[in-house]
Design a protein around this ligand. Structure first.
Ligand code: ADP
Ligand code: GLC
Length: 486
C-alpha cells in the first residue's frame, strides 16, 4: 500500500500563526512526513495578520456548507518554509479576519462555533476542490475536533474510505460552547448526546472529536497514560479510557533546523556542544539587551512561557525573590494571566537590578533567551509534551522541570557522579520544592565538571521529527485498517 496521504487541519501553523507549541508541531511534522514519502498538505484559516502577498490565489472559491446555506471562501496556496508541503489558507473575512486567533480580550466570540466549524468542514470542501481524497484527515485539539464528527456524519458518503486522527495537544482546552449553536454548524441534532458532543448540557467540541476520530494520539507516552486518570483527565478521563485501545502517545520532536545554535539567525553569536564560547557571548548580549548587570559568574534563570497555571508560572512568581536570593538573575518572557503579568511588571520595578520580565510574544527574544540563559524553568502542573525544555537542551540551557507528562519523557535527572541526565526534576509543585531544586541546579552549574558533561550530551541529543514521523505513519496505517477493515 502506498504511504497514506494526509490533510492536516489546524488553527495554528508556525511561522504563519502560533500561540504555542501546537503551531510549532503543525509547522514541522508535515515536512518530516513528506520527507518519508507521504503526500501531506496543511489547511489553516487566513487570519487578518497573515499577508497573502506572493501566494497563489486559486481562481475558484470553495463553498462550505454552513447554517442554512453555504459560506464562500477564497483559497490561497503557499508552501511550508523550506519544503514543498502545500499550505492552503482558507479566507472568509467575516469569521477569520480578526485581530486574534481564538478569543479577543473580552472573552469567547459569540460565533466561535461557526469559526471552527468553517475550518473543519472547510477541510472536506478543500479536498473536493483539489479533486484529492486524503486517506487521513488529521485534526488537532478542539479547534478542528469537528473534522472527525463531520467525517462520520455530513461527509460520510463523500469520503467513505478516509479515516480521521485527532491529536490532543492540550486536554484543558475543549471548546465548550452553548448547545443552541449546534444547528448553525450543520451537525445533526442526534449528535447532541453524551457519547458525542453533549457535555453537562452544553457542547464540547473536543469530546465529540474524541468519540468520532478513528484513532487518537497525544504528544507524549506519559501524558497518554495520565489523561486516563481523574487527576489529569480534565473531566474526559472516562472518554479516553473508553477509547484507550485507539489512543497512542507519540513524543513530539523539534524543528532542529529552526532551533540550531550553530546557525540561528536570531543569535548574536553561534555555538555548539564542542565550542561553547559563543554561548557566553549570547549570555552577555542577553544581559545587555535586558539591561541587567553583565556578569559571567551569575547564573541566569529563564522562563519563556504562556503565563498560566499550566506552566506553574504562578509558582515561579511566588518563588522569584528566593530564587534571586540564590545569587541568580531571573529573565521572564511571557504573556497570559493578567494577575501574573501584573505581578511580574511590579517585580520589574522592585527587583530590576536582578530580574527582567518582558510581557508579550517575541520569537526572536525567545531564541536569544534559550541561548543566553544558564538554566530554564518549567515547573508545569501538567505538560502534554513541552517543546521549550527541548529547545533549551539544544541550546545548552539545562531545564528545571516538574516530573509530569512529556517532561518525564524528555528530561532525565542529573547524576553528579556520572554526568548523566539532561536536567533537574522536582516532584511536588511548590515554591519550596522549586527553590530547592534550583539551588541544586545552580550548585551543579557552578561545579562545572559533571554539569558540563551533561550539558554537552544534552546539546547533541537527537530531537528531530524523524522518529515521530515514523510513528505517525504507523498510526495512519492503523487508522486506515480500522476504517476499511483489513
Ligand atoms: P505550550 O504549547 O503549552 O505553550 P510548548 O513548550 O509546547 O508549550 O511550546 C511553547 C512554544 O511557544 C515555544 O516555542 C516557546 O518558545 C513559545 N513561546 C511561549 N511564550 C512565548 C513568548 N511570550 N514569546 C515567544 N515565544 C513564546
Ligand atoms: C500544547 C501543550 C504542550 C505541547 C504542545 C505541542 O500546547 O501544552 O505541552 O508541547 O501543545 O504539542
Amino acid at each position: 500500500m502506498a504511504l497514506p496521504s494526509v490533510l492536516f487541519v489546524s488553527s495554528e501553523v508556525s511561522p504563519f500563526a502560533k500561540t504555542g507549541g501546537l503551531g510549532d508541531v503543525v509547522g514541522a511534522l508535515p515536512i518530516a512526513l513528506k520527507e518519508r514519502g507521504h503526500d501531506v498538505r496543511v489547511l489553516l484559516p487566513r487570519y487578518s495578520h497573515l499577508s497573502t502577498a506572493g501566494m497563489v490565489e486559486h481562481a475558484q472559491p470553495v463553498a462550505v456548507p454552513m447554517g442554512a446555506g453555504e459560506r464562500w471562501c477564497k483559497v490561497f496556496e503557499t508552501r511550508l518554509p523550506g519544503s514543498d508541503v502545500p499550505l492552503y489558507l482558507l479566507e472568509h473575512d467575516a469569521l477569520f479576519a480578526r485581530g486574534y486567533i481564538y478569543d479577543p480580550p473580552t472573552g469567547q466570540p459569540p460565533d466561535q462555533l461557526l469559526r471552527m466549524a468553517l475550518l473543519s468542514r472547510g477541510a472536506f470542501a478543500l479536498a473536493r476542490h483539489l479533486h484529492w481524497t486524503p486517506d487521513v484527515f488529521h485534526a488537532h485539539d478542539w479547534p478542528s475536533a469537528l473534522v472527525p464528527v463531520y467525517l462520520n456524519t455530513a461527509e460520510a458518503h463523500a469520503f467513505p474510505e478516509s479515516a480521521s486522527v485527532l491529536t490532543i495537544h492540550n486536554l484543558l482546552h475543549q471548546g465548550k460552547l452553548p448547545a443552541t449553536l449546534l444547528a448553525q454548524a450543520q451537525i445533526p441534532q442526534s449528535e447532541f448526546r453524551a457519547d458525542s458532543l453533549e457535555d453537562f448540557g452544553g457542547l464540547n467540541l473536543l469530546k465529540g472529536g474524541l468519540y468520532h476520530a478513528t484513532m487518537l494520539t497525544t504528544v507524549s507516552p506519559t501524558y497518554a497514560r495520565e489523561i486516563r486518570t481523574a487527576e489529569y483527565g480534565c473531566g474526559l478521563a472516562h472518554v479516553l479510557d473508553f477509547r484507550g485501545a485507539d489512543l497512542v502517545g507519540v513524543l513530539n520532536g523539534i524543528d532542529d533546523k529552526a532551533w540550531d545554535p550553530r546557525t540561528d539567525p536570531h543569535l548574536p553569536a553561534h555555538f555548539d556542544a564542542h565550542e561553547l564560547s559563543g554561548k557566553s557571548k549570547c549570555k552577555r548580549a542577553l544581559q545587555e539587551e535586558l539591561r541587567l548587570p553583565v556578569r559571567d559568574d551569575v547564573c541566569v534563570l529563564a522562563m519563556v512561557a504562556r503565563l498560566s497555571r499550566q506552566k506553574g508560572s504562578d509558582v515561579v512568581v511566588e518563588a522569584a525573590e528566593r530564587l534571586l536570593a540564590l545569587g541568580c538573575q531571573l529573565v521572564v518572557l511571557g504573556a497570559g494571566d493578567a494577575d501574573l503579568e501584573h505581578a511580574l511588571l511590579d517585580m520589574n520595578v522592585r527587583l530590576g537590578d536582578r530580574l527582567r520580565a518582558r510581557i508579550g510574544f517575541d520569537d526572536g527574544l525567545a531564541h536569544r533567551i534559550y541561548a543566553g540563559a544558564d538554566l530554564f524553568l518549567m515547573p508545569s502542573r501538567f505538560e502534554p509534551c513541552g517543546l521549550s525544555q527541548m529547545y533549551s537542551q539544544r541550546y545548552g540551557t539545562m531545564p528545571v522541570v516538574r516530573s509530569t507528562g512529556g517532561l518525564v519523557d524528555t528530561v532525565e535527572n542529573f547524576d553528579a557522579k556520572t554526568g548523566a541526565g539532561s536536567g533537574f526534576r522536582l516532584e511536588d509543585l511548590s515554591a519550596d520544592s522549586l527553590v530547592d531544586t534550583v539551588a541544586w541546579a545552580v550548585e551543579a552549574w557552578r561545579g562545572k565538571g559533571a554539569y558540563a558533561q551533561m550539558q554537552r550530551r544534552a546539546m547533541q541529543k537527537k530531537l528531530g521529527w524523524g522518529e515521530a514521523a515514523a510513528q505517525y505513519g504507523d498510526v495512519y496505517r492503523w487508522a486506515l485498517e480500522r476504517k476499511r477493515g483489513f
